[in-house]
Design a protein around this ligand. Structure first.
Ligand code: PLP
Length: 389
């Protein structure tokens, strides 16, 4: 029997990383020692004290039962303390914070609560592919907001016609940004909130890299901006901050109606995060000041190594990032991002992400993820030099 996938699945663009993996596997099969600067997945292990907290909590039998849908109050209180301490934002853990099975889960589910078929959803282009998938699954209509270099990789909100805004239900934003590593200005967030109030739409700010900043800069939480909580929700995660991508724990915070709407979808589809992982999350957040500097320093140093290498190659110059673990580099000699990525794999054994795979406006760029150790990044630079890529 042939089973026909739904229109919503068929409408999805091909999942970029599967294609990249295929190209990579072909290189591995040829015996190439592949350097993976493709997917952004921290290579360092989760800090020991978090693993120990998990082990201890896993032995507590009460934790073996179904977790509370919204998450343990201890975890939500710890999130509230983080917002208070780090961002000066006061949140009520009872109504304004819930635990997520990673922020990807929250992004995926959110439109099911607030987007009806035919509603327009504004998505950054290039951007994390889940915004598009989540919109399509909810029956929403995509409207791309190009992130251009000339505009600091911030969407030009004045370029969006009022007729479009009139149909917008939800806007996705993500700063510090994957893939461009750009940071939002206070001004930009204020402008976005102004538009959201004027046209009555929701802002979901994906803050997965909020803590990954270096070089003396600090990123703004969307919730720090006056008025944000009237229109918005912020999703954050322990994945990138504490090298915990495999653990699947994140949280949503902000407007209580939006948080509770997302929770309604979740309680109907999942049963929350394993309690022991939530207690490990509590330990992680409590040791934020102790753990974070070491984690961030690694990316800062790798970034410097890659930027130096690219400069020596005569790669077109561009501003060094201060956030995330990505370097968003314009391609050389007007080559397409696909051609550049293919050359990098075939001639240098380097996996990078073609900008086009993250959206049409990503053409002309490749993304390097700094989730490989420094020696390998140096080796990558040497290979590029030898191959003249
Ligand atoms: C990694 C990432 C996420 C998802 O992280 P989780 O592991 O699901 O918490 C969300 N948004 C962006 C932009 C990311 O890069």
């Amino acid at each position: 029997m042939a089973f026909r996938l739904t229109e919503r699945i068929r409408a999805l663009p091909p999942y970029l990383f599967i294609e990249l993996d295929k190209l990579k596997n072909e290189a591995v099969a040829r015996g190439v020692d592949v350097i993976n600067l493709g997917i952004g997945d921290p290579d360092h292990p989760t800090p020991r004290l978090i693993i120990d907290a998990l082990a201890a909590a896993a032995a507590v039998t009460e934790n073996h039962r179904y977790p509370l849908g919204a998450g343990q109050i201890e975890f939500r209180r710890e999130v509230a303390r983080y917002y208070e301490r780090v961002h000066g934002v006061g949140l009520d853990p009872a109504t304004e914070i819930i635990a997520l099975i990673g922020s990807k889960e929250g992004i995926g589910h959110f439109p099911l609560a607030f987007v009806d078929p035919g509603d327009v959803v504004l998505v950054p282009d290039p951007g994390y592919p889940v915004y598009r998938a989540a919109t399509l699954f909810a029956g929403g209509e995509l409207y791309a907001m190009p992130l251009l270099k000339g505009n600091g990789y911030l969407p030009d909100l004045d370029a969006i016609p009022d007729a479009v805004f009139a149909r917008v239900k939800l806007m996705f934003l993500n700063y510090p940004n994957n893939p461009t590593a750009a940071m939002a200005t206070r001004d930009f967030f204020e402008q976005a909130i102004f538009k959201a109030r004027k046209h009555g739409f929701i802002i979901l700010h994906d803050a997965a890299y909020l803590d990954i900043t270096y070089g003396g800069v600090k990123a703004l939480s969307f919730l720090e901006i006056p008025g944000a909580r009237e229109v918005g929700i912020e999703l954050h995660s322990l994945s990138k901050t504490f090298n915990m991508t495999g653990w699947r724990i994140g949280f949503a915070a902000g407007n209580s109606e939006l948080v509770q709407g997302l929770l309604t979808v979740k309680t109907n589809l999942d049963s929350g995060v394993f309690n022991a992982i939530q207690y490990a999350g509590v330990a992680a957040m409590r040791h934020y000041d102790q753990l974070l500097p070491g984690i961030v320093k690694v990316y800062e140093s790798r970034q410097r190594t890659l930027m130096t290498g690219l400069r020596e190659l005569g790669w077109p110059s561009f501003e060094a990032p201060h956030a995330t673990f990505y370097v968003w580099a314009p391609t050389r000699g007007g080559r397409s991002s696909m051609e550049t990525t293919r050359n990098l794999i075939d001639m240098c054994g380097i996996v990078a992400t073609p900008g086009i795979g993250l959206g049409a406006a990503g053409e002309g760029f490749v993304r390097f993820a700094l989730t490989t150790d420094e020696k390998r990044i140096e080796l990558a630079c040497r290979r590029m030099k030898q191959a003249g890529v």
